[in-house]
Ligand binder design. Sequence first.
Ligand code: PFF
Length: 462
Amino acid sequence: MSSRGNFSSRIGFILAAAGSAVGLGNIWKFPFEVADGGGAAFVLIYLIFAFILCFPVMVTEVAIGRKTEKNPIGAFNDLGFKKWNIIGKLGILCGVLILSFYNVVAGWAFGYFIEMIAGNFGVGKVFGSFTSDIIKVGGYAIVFMFATAFIVSRGVSGGIEKLAKILMPTLIIMILSLVVYSFTLPNALEGVKYYLVPDLSKLTNVNTIGGALRQAFFSLSLGMGALITYGSYLSKSENIISSSALITLFDVGIAFIAGLMMFPLVAYNLGGEMNDVQGGAGLIFVTLPGVFETLGSTLGVVVGGFFFLLLSFAALTSTVSLLEVPVSYVVDEYKVRRSRAVVIMSLVIFIIGIPSLIGNGYSDFFSNAFALPGGSSDFMTLVGYITDVLLMFGGFLIVSFAAYVWKKENLAIEISQGYPGFKESFVKKFLDFSISYLCPVVLGVLFIIVVLNNFFGINLLG
Ligand code: PFF
């Protein structure tokens, strides 16, 4: 075991990495991105991208991390390619920016837990005034950042593993039960159709394709070195391929069932008029409380409260991984004590998050001043767009680095530890093809398309 700490077992790594992947991205972001991206066509492309593009990026990140046992900047220095540590620098910047707004939304989820147990199901109808109540949401965001900092300060195997082990299975059972319930509601079928029967004309739509790729990267925590960091704590005897496959399946599976839960509920709320479906950051916060209310006051409180509590925990295993990236960098490179690094980083990130916190109603400027071609104008959406494209760009750089600079042979040597038959396997052929050609081309092209579309309103796909 290295002195940096290791995961105590293979399942520990898988749970922690899956804990990083599964979070608000699956349950909050995925459904509203599906709605923004046109329903089932988005889901289809999302699934394809997750397996043919994202899985190879994940394997590459974990392998680089395990090979070097370093943070995302140190890793590239260690391999002897100092210039490429720009990937790590961008990644750390991206992690800091994501956590700055993610923590705010996690605070909302936690706040909803409190509202639900107080029986306040009407909160969904006044979501806007909830998010502008700065004392409340500010307080929840502070509590959440504090919880994240506490876990990260205890180190990787101490805090993260234990939390994920109990919470993930509970969350899955909860969502599955809600899927069953949502199917019994009026108009459920309209929602299922919207979610599962693709409108093929949307397949070439920029919001569908670009959105699916952005979402896949975000959801799988790829492109910013989070998995380089977690890979750095992985033991040499573990199989990187099967671990990464499990994490991908798990994350995609949870997003998929979250959608299966949400769209019948949305259809129920809209009286089956799926043309009226609206995406946007409020989707789950607006739709779900009303549905919990239909369960009656006692059961509604239990189910609603428990749901938002679990969502908060799922968010916590993700915020932990987001904070771990800059913290591991500061600890490794500047030899700062872990606890001190945690305090400094979480303070800085909280401060950077203030415009996102007040930009959901409280401050007129931060809520409206950033007109984006997609129609939103708040600061949080802007930061979300920036980090999404940074993740795609990071993914592009990571695979290009592995294929053409570090070289596939070296990647294969690392993967073979823990998977002796790798070099002769079909997976190797697929991986070589994907990281040498498929990923660089698709990620590079879509990066340009999405940047032009989201920031300049230029739609290359017509
Ligand atoms: N994957 C997380 C989610 O879906 O909620 C968000 C995230 C965590 C993104 C960690 C990136 C990351 F490094």
